[in-house]
Structure formats: C-alpha cells, structure tokens
Design a protein around this ligand. Structure first.
Ligand code: DQA
Length: 150
C-alpha cells in the first residue's frame, strides 16, 4: 500500500512566527513547526509536505493540485479562516479530509475570530494549544485516513 501523503498548509503571516506577537503565537518558528510535523509524521508512517503563502490564490492552487497527489490536508488558514469563501470552496471541491488548526484560542480573542468559514468543510478543528494544535490535528487526520483505508 502506498504511503499516506499529507499536505500541511499555512496561511498569511504565519511565515512571521517566532517574531510575530510571541505572547499570542509563541516562540516557535514556522520552520520548527514544520520540522515537528515531519518528525511526528515519520513516527506515524506518513509523509508531509508543507507550504506557506500570504496569497489566497496560491493556497487555492495548492489545494486544487492536492486533490490529485495527497490524501488529506492539515491547514491553518490564519486570517483567511474568517472570510475566505475561495479557500472554503477549494477545500470542499478537493474532497479530501481536512483538519483546521489554530495556534491561539480564537474563541478567547476578538469576536471576528470566533467564526470560521472553513470549519464546516473540515472534519474537525483544533485551537488554542500552540504547536500542539498542529500535532494533535495531524494525529486526528492520520486516524481518519487509516480508518478510510481499512
Ligand atoms: C491563527 C488565528 C487567526 O485568527 C489569525 O488571523 C492568524 C493565526 C492562529 O493560528 O491562531 O493569523 O490562525
């Protein structure tokens, strides 16, 4: 059986992690988060490709391409979570299991962050746990994919 392939997508401003509002987003850089995902992926027996973009259209292009090459998507859509119907439609059209993650607890912050247009097309959402949101989201996604393959 071929190896499960997961696409990890990071939305706008997440390239600044480590220096961006560390009191909210912590001190880990995106590179370090990607490395932690890769390590956890190895333990779980899956491969992970990571991609960050500040541009909505680039993320849409990646999601469209993922429908062919990947088995599932782990995504922190960042600010796009709150208003990007384009990302939501792309995720919905891809037809792959999606887990949405956020480093911060979006529900404990400004009200505009309480709503995500992505969550309805995701299997589930993990937030508020810093980099663990990504790692727990990855574990959940792998569980879903392993069940699908059984
Ligand atoms: C975020 C939360 C979003 O509201 C915000 O726009 C981000 C990061 C998080 O990971 O906590 O850029 O997705």
């Amino acid at each position: 059986m071929s190896k499960v392939k997961i696409l990890a997508l990071h939305g706008p401003n997440l390239n600044l992690l480590g220096q961006r509002e560390p009191d909210v987003y912590g001190s880990m850089t995106l590179e370090e988060i990607d490395r932690a995902l890769e390590d956890r992926g190895k333990k779980l027996g899956v491969s992970i490709d990571s991609y960050q973009s500040n541009h909505e259209g680039e993320l849409v292009d990646r999601i469209q391409a993922a429908a062919i090459d990947f088995d599932g998507i782990l995504i922190n859509p960042a600010a796009f979570s709150h208003y990007s119907y384009a990302l939501r439609d792309a995720l919905s059209a891809a037809g792959l299991p999606v887990i949405e993650v956020h480093l911060s607890n979006v529900f404990a912050r400004e009200t505009f962050r309480h709503h995500s247009v992505i969550t309805p097309v995701a299997e589930g959402m993990v937030c508020g746990l810093g980099p663990d949101s990504y790692l727990l989201g990855l574990e959940a996604l792998v569980n879903i994919l392993k069940k699908e393959r059984r």
